[in-house]
Write a protein that binds this ligand. Structure first.
Ligand SMILES: *Cc1c(COP(=O)(O)O)cnc(C)c1O
Length: 393
């Protein structure tokens, strides 16, 4: 691609993909400290601190297991600890990530019942109730939900999914992927009766990639006793046993845990309610810009708008990847690509993690200039519309 000036290199790169997100300097400084003996007393203090401080961000007082792995590992952990070969699970086609998790379930030997979707809506609680009510023999062992579908910017209403399961009086486990919602969008593991909450470090938690999580209910721990899928590294039991003393059964990601300690403190200092409100406000301002440009947000149900990211459709005849390349080249900003069937059709603006008003304005300014440079016809009112939302406080 030809441009009239060299790629911007001075100053900060704008990493506005919906994860990994920007890490606060304080987190990076913590991670840069020397690694310590993971069997020594200083580590034990760190481990105990983190294991006692991590619950609130999941909305739980139950155990949270931490893996030195990407979020994909925590998907596998949730399945192999609770299910047996041939078990039926109910999955929903909400987008790219739900499709990957479904594929994993099949590769592990589970039988997936898939509710198809159009990648513009979240999980329909009425369909959950219908499918589970029809399962009179209670063959479905687990319901697998992606809370915030990062490929589409659609957030499913997990409290309503829980209510639908209760309305059907169905005993299936509820497994929820919160990899791009934890620490960004309101989430309540205990209150919503979730059995395993899956998450990762590199999105709302403002850390680099490399840690992932399973928050587990008492019912999930009971399921572990009879779950027949093979497991070793992912097995909850040895980890929970070592965690009793603040340790892990193997070498943990010591330096990422330094960062996690700081990130949890930052979220607590801001207050989770305020963190969620900040994300919703930035999402509102972003949608105001998109609408004022005359473009379309992918998510079609206002109840499901994502606080973490906004996926924007480019008009027919234009390629979103060309737009992203122009923005990267000219303004040193990375935006999220359209994934699988959305490839080239959407770009995704990440507004989660460590993020503030002026970063949003910078981000949207880069998008508006990029749209103009790409010849995509827009009205020039996007930034004004976003600023009007932010000025309201
Ligand atoms: C990022 C993401 C994943 C994948 O996590 P990795 O850390 O890349 O393994 C899975 N699900 C959702 C919803 C995500 O946003």
């Amino acid at each position: 691609m030809e441009t009239s000036r060299p790629r911007a290199t001075s100053g900060r790169h704008y990493l506005q993909i919906p994860g990994p997100t920007n890490c606060p300097d304080e987190v990076l400084r913590a991670i840069a400290a020397p690694t310590i003996d993971h069997r020594g007393p200083d580590f034990q203090e760190l481990g105990r601190h983190i294991l006692s401080a991590i619950g609130p961000v999941f909305g739980t007082t139950q155990p949270v297991i931490i893996y030195p792995a990407s979020g994909t590992g925590a998907w596998e952990a949730a399945l192999v600890n609770t299910l047996s070969p041939g078990d039926r699970v109910l999955c929903f086609e909400t987008g790219h990530f739900s499709a990957l998790w479904k594929k994993m379930a099949e590769e592990l030997g589970l039988v997936v019942e898939l509710v198809p979707g159009d990648w513009r809506h979240g999980i329909d609680p009425a369909v959950v109730e219908e499918r589970l009510s029809a399962d009179r023999e209670h063959e479905i062992q687990a319901v697998c939900c992606v809370h915030n579908e990062t490929s589409t910017g659609v957030t499913s209403r997990i409290a309503e999914v829980r209510a639908a399961m209760d309305a059907a009086s169905h005993p299936a486990l509820l497994l929820v992927d919160t990899i791009s919602s934890l620490g960004a969008i309101d989430y309540r593991h205990d209150e919503w009766g979730v059995d395993v909450t899956i998450s990762g470090s590199q999105k709302g938690l403002m850390l680099p990639p490399g840690l992932s999580f399973n928050a587990v209910s008492a019912k999930a721990l009971r399921a572990r006793e009879t779950a027949g899928l093979p497991k070793s590294f992912w097995d909850w039991l040895p980890i929970l046993a070592a965690n009793e003393n603040g340790f892990w059964p193997y070498t943990p990601s010591t330096n990422l845990l330094y960062g996690l300690k700081v990130a949890l403190r930052m979220l607590d200092d801001e207050g989770l309610e305020n963190v969620f409100a900040r994300h919703q406000r930035h999402a509102r301002a972003t949608r105001a810009a998109v609408e004022a440009w005359g473009l379309e947000v992918l998510c079609q149900d206002p109840r499901e708008y994502s606080g973490s990211l906004t996926a924007v459709l480019v008009p027919d005849g234009f390629n979103a990847d060309d737009l992203r390349a122009t923005i990267l080249d000219r303004f040193d900003m990375s935006l999220g690509a359209g994934l699988s069937k959305l490839s080239g059709k959407v770009f995704r603006i990440g507004h989660l993690g460590a993020f503030e008003d002026l970063t949003l304005i910078g981000t949207l300014g880069g998008v508006q200039m990029g749209l103009n440079l790409s010849g995509i016809p827009i009205k020039q009112d996007g930034l004004e519309a976003a600023m009007a939302v932010l000025e309201q406080g």
